[in-house]
Write a protein of this length. Structure first.
Length: 599
């Protein structure tokens, strides 16, 4: 234990007292520490309290600063008490508390302190412009905007003008920790109104606040804990934004439930990530860090890592291959957007056989489907099976009938496409202050066991031979395959239903294509026609006839052997870049409008 702590910097309290930015006085801190600290008996605090208080909970990767579970418990209790006092006498129960805090220990303490005050945490992205943050503050009717020192100027700008509401401007004090032992006492619950609210990307309308009560966050975390077998021995490298479900539940709350270590590198930087992963496997062991065993990111990050790997020194290339080898990296996961087959194949080669695990989820439901832990259960293009505690069904997009197991083909032997519908304890409660949207996205069922959430995503189920090797009860039966969004990725052309994601996977396997997006354009003759937006690779820029850039006819010839004729794009537009959001997703409706005008 001492050897492990030796690599860490001094306890944060000692460092803070040396800093001119520390605005807390020493005497009140000592006085406060003598008082009995309490937190509500929420499952997350029960879990954290049971972990070894001297084990490492959070690491700031670049500086090496480490924070234990005992320190975390004490700091959350102290931060909760300060937060409640800043409410100016108002109860925080059920109130929305928005916050702008950088990724790392301060973020973890802030989030947990809000949950500890029975409030609803509203994490904000510091990259959003002020007007978007004002919209979230107004729509959520936040009681408070809490900001760290780093983002105080941003918070002041947001609160300066244009707000209908008047959130309290809480500039958080520097978090100070000095105790490794856990002196916090858990008290009986006084409220169950706490939770988190994340905002949708707003691709079709203004962003909606997705209310995730604390019980839903717990259910989502425990489902993943069981499915992906997080343990105290796991060390997760966290490079994701923290205003999305992927970064907050999969990569933060769930490892805290398990007693794992979370190591933060943010913002994402390929060189920094490669160097950190390589550290335990480089010859100079005196500077090495503990190995990373858990990595979960979006497909674009895997693509960027692959593209940059050949530029590393031979020593770093060898070390990073060891870092991701199956015997060292327990699980590497891809999600939040479709994983191109070439990326998955290239990653398997780079990692000496470690297969990326694909899963499916969304803001409203957390993670819903996942492939299993055994490599045989990580089938290309599949997202596996419904996760523990998740009830899932397919509803035929043509007949609106539930597709039962064994009924996946129609009378003519064609696969039946169905909308994914979900229910269970992991599903969100409501869209905040938007009862119409909430009502429209749920449907009741005749069995009386509760309403189903209509995801808007379309899938098929297929029986796959040789799977079910993970030894997990949930990971068996027909596997699920996502075809895309009902509104944007399912193209109806000439009476046939086409998956845009299937075409994109085939196009990305071509050496001439760097990135692409497939969309459906209105057509009098076909109803819709398939079109492609393409960003050419370096090879593609001279791959056409006479050394010209690769064009539509070249594309059609290249796809002739891979796709049925009606699936091959009839139009193609070449662009310099295809915009994606922080989670690697493309707004296809906006892309279509920019390139083809209003459809």
């Amino acid at each position: 234990m001492w050897a492990r702590r030796a690599a860490c910097a001094l306890p944060f309290a000692h460092r803070s007292l040396l800093s001119s930015s520390n605005i807390l006085t020493i005497a009140p801190l000592i006085s406060f520490r003598r008082m009995a600290s309490t937190l509500p008996r929420l499952p997350i605090f029960e879990a954290v309290k049971k972990h070894d208080p001297n084990s490492t909970a959070v690491v700031h990767s670049l500086s090496g600063r480490c924070f234990t579970y005992g320190e975390l418990m004490n700091d959350v209790a102290a931060a909760r008490d300060r937060l409640v006092k800043k409410a100016n006498g108002r109860s925080t129960q059920g109130e929305r508390i928005a916050f702008l805090v950088e990724n790392g220990y301060d973020y973890v303490v802030t989030l947990l302190s809000i949950l500890g005050s029975h409030a609803i945490a509203v994490p904000l992205s510091p990259t959003f412009p002020a007007h978007e943050l004002r919209y979230i503050l107004d729509q959520s009717e936040s009681l408070m905007l809490l900001s760290s020192k780093k983002f105080q100027d941003k918070a002041d700008e947001v609160l300066k003008e244009g707000l209908e509401t008047q959130p309290i401007n809480y500039k958080s004090e520097k978090i100070m920790t000095g105790k490794k032992d856990d002196t916090v006492r858990l008290e009986d619950l006084k409220s169950q109104q706490g939770g988190m609210m994340l905002y949708t990307s707003g691709t079709t309308s203004r962003p909606k606040g997705v209310l995730l009560p604390e019980s839903v966050l717990t259910a989502q975390s425990l489902s993943l804990l069981k499915a992906w077998s997080y343990t105290p021995s796991d060390r997760l490298l966290h490079v994701l934004p923290l205003h999305h479900i992927h970064g907050t539940v999969n990569a933060l709350l769930t490892p805290l439930f398990a007693g794992s270590t979370i190591e933060f590198i943010f913002p994402f930087n390929t060189q920094a990530v490669w160097e950190r992963l390589a550290s335990p496997y480089l010859p100079d062991s005196s500077k090495s860090k503990e190995k990373i065993t858990f990595f979960t990111v979006v497909p674009t990050i895997y693509s960027r890592l692959l593209q940059s790997h050949t530029s590393l020194s031979p020593e770093l290339q060898a070390a990073t291959k060891k870092a991701f080898a199956p015997e060292n990296m327990r699980v590497n996961i891809s999600g939040s957007a479709a994983l191109p087959t070439p990326v998955k194949a290239a990653w398997k080669v780079l990692s000496d056989g470690n297969v990326l695990l694909e899963r499916y989820g969304m803001t409203e439901v957390g993670m819903a489907l996942s492939c299993g832990l055994a490599f045989e259960d990580r089938v290309d293009v599949s997202v596996g099976w419904p996760l523990p505690s998740v009830e899932a069904r397919l509803v035929d997009t043509e007949t609106n009938q539930v597709i039962k197991e064994g009924e996946e083909l129609d009378a003519e032997g064609r696969e039946r496409h169905g909308e994914i519908q979900l229910r269970g304890p992991t599903v969100f409660k409501e869209y905040w202050r938007n009862p119409e949207a909430t009502a429209s996205e749920f449907t009741d069922d005749a069995d009386g066991k509760g309403r189903w959430f209509k995801t808007g995503d379309v899938a098929v189920r297929r029986v796959v031979e040789g799977v079910g090797k993970s030894g997990q009860e949930w990971a068996k039966g027909p596997m699920w395959f996502i075809l895309g969004r009902k509104s944007a990725d399912i193209i109806k052309t000439g009476g046939e239903k086409v998956s845009a994601l299937e075409i994109e996977r085939e196009m990305l396997s071509l050496p001439q294509v760097e990135e692409c997006a497939v969309v459906g354009l209105q057509s009098e003759a076909w109803g819709q026609k398939v079109a492609a937006v393409v960003m050419l690779s370096e090879a593609g820029k001279t791959a056409g006839k006479g050394g010209k850039a690769w064009g539509p006819m070249d594309m059609r010839r290249a796809l002739k052997e891979q796709l049925a004729n009606y699936k091959i794009p009839q139009e193609m537009k070449v662009v310099e870049s295809i915009p994606r959001n922080a989670m690697g997703k493309i707004n296809k409706k906006l892309l279509m409008k920019e390139l083809w005008g209003d459809q």
